[in-house]
Design a protein around this ligand. Structure first.
Ligand SMILES: Cc1cc2nc3c(=O)[nH]c(=O)nc-3n(C[C@H](O)[C@H](O)[C@H](O)COP(=O)(O)OP(=O)(O)OC[C@H]3O[C@@H](n4cnc5c(N)ncnc54)[C@H](O)[C@@H]3O)c2cc1C
Length: 381
């Protein structure tokens, strides 16, 4: 076992930290207040190689591992969890997934553009009537002789309001259930591709979330990602990688909470003494620290296992389940430590609580993560 980060991982941490502090921090409050998505910053992150973290250099990526991508999530989330979420949806859910499962043509056409941030990507799995039960999706892809015609809709899709390209799951053999799902890469300029509402969210504001509609949207046969009717395997392997990497956002939230409350607790005086001297405050700080470090170990271990075998699911489910709950608990404790000030927007911890709650819902809810863990323990699939 090695608990040290490697040279390249430390390099990613430093590069992204510098970017987050210098470029992202000045915009983080505006993102939350105005639900503002800083598209230029997205492209800047691409230029420094941090959108295509896991993509080989010949496709304009940095050729690093998933731990590096989780570190990227953590460092961005330490300043803006919403920006980290949009980057995660682009880099991991769309780009990395497309690179792993796409054809040579997909790699040539989409991967460099997405790595450099010239295009923004999203992944559409969830539909209005299929969330946790995602494989019961209704979106259809009918073969029409020269390709497929997509009809249906997706909802709650991160980056949908701004994405240039989407990785979309649809039924190619509806009677076959989950054995009849395929993945497609669909450009936003295609006829019949329509962006719907952008949602007004509780947290993660500045990460645009929206609907997508497909009204007989015709795509060529070459849009198929992976093999026909084998999309469920892509969904499942993608979900575990997504869970493990995006859990890095919860690390950033927990770090940011500690960054904010420690100086506050040392400075704020009540009963003639800094509140940091009170043992009930110290208990909260200790719990926050343990939550953060335990989350980190679970996340890194899950990624380590997934890097060798992407069919493993329970470790990533456990990591994001624990880390997201720790992160919300930590944000609530941070508010409590700051008392009335913590309840005020300008002290920022209430925002972290709003942001954190998403991590218990997106990429499969806490309840579904528990089912994944239990079923794997019981030897069920
Ligand atoms: C901000 C945001 C961004 C998102 N980004 C994306 C994205 O980029 N791409 C994408 O495809 N999706 C995305 N999603 C969708 C997300 O993955 C779903 O919201 C999530 O999977 C839950 O589905 P649902 O909202 O339909 O809830 P439901 O599935 O309706 O669940 C409702 C409740 O029932 C519980 N429940 C459901 N089934 C069971 C069961 N078998 N046992 C016990 N309890 C159960 C759930 O845990 C939950 O508490 C995003 C969601 C949000 C809010």
């Amino acid at each position: 076992m090695n608990f040290e980060l490697g040279e390249e991982q430390l390099m990613v941490r430093d590069i992204v930290r510098k970017f987050a502090v210098n470029e992202l921090a000045p915009l983080a409050d505006r993102m939350d207040a105005e639900d503002y998505f800083p598209a230029d910053l997205f492209r800047k992150l691409g230029k420094i190689g941090m959108l295509g973290v896991t993509i080989p250099s010949e496709y304009d990526g940095s050729g690093l591992d998933y731990i590096s991508q989780a570190i990227c999530m953590e460092e961005l989330a330490r300043i803006s969890p919403a920006f980290a979420l949009s980057v995660g949806a682009h880099s991991n859910l769309c780009l990395d997934n497309l690179f792993r499962n796409g054809s040579g043509e997909h790699r040539e056409t989409y991967v460099p553009r997405l790595s450099k941030g010239e295009w923004i990507g999203c992944l559409g799995l969830t539909e209005p009537e299929s969330g946790s039960d995602s494989l019961s999706m209704k979106t259809l892809a009918r073969e029409n002789g020269h390709g497929y015609s997509l009809s249906g809709s997706k909802t709650f899709i991160t980056n949908a309001p701004v994405a240039d390209v989407a990785l979309i799951y649809a039924k190619t053999a509806p009677a076959e259930g989950h054995r009849g799902i395929s993945a497609f890469v669909v450009e936003a300029t295609r006829n019949g591709y329509r962006r719907g509402r952008k949602f007004d969210k509780m947290g993660m504001r500045g990460s645009p979330t929206g609907e997508l509609f497909f009204d007989d949207c015709e795509v060529p046969a070459s849009s198929l990602v992976g093999r026909k009717n084998e999309g469920a395997a892509i969904v499942m392997s993608g979900l575990s990688v997504e869970r493990a990497v995006l859990a890095g956002i919860s690390l950033g939230i927990q770090e940011q909470c500690l960054d904010l409350v420690i100086p506050y607790a040392k400075d704020r005086r009540q009963f003639g003494t800094p509140i940091a001297k009170f043992e009930l405050i110290q208990e909260k700080l200790a719990n926050m620290y343990v939550g953060l470090e335990a989350s980190r170990l679970l996340i890194y271990r899950a990624i380590h296992i997934l890097q060798k075998d992407k069919s493993k699911n329970k470790e990533a489910a456990a990591a994001i389940m624990f880390a997201s709950e720790a992160s919300t608990r930590t944000a609530l404790d941070a508010i409590q430590i700051m008392g009335g000030y913590g309840y005020m927007r300008e002290f920022r911890v209430e925002k972290l609580m709003r942001d954190s709650k998403l991590l218990e819902i997106g990429a499969g809810t806490t309840e579904i993560r528990k089912l994944v863990i239990a079923r794997e323990l019981l030897g069920e699939h």
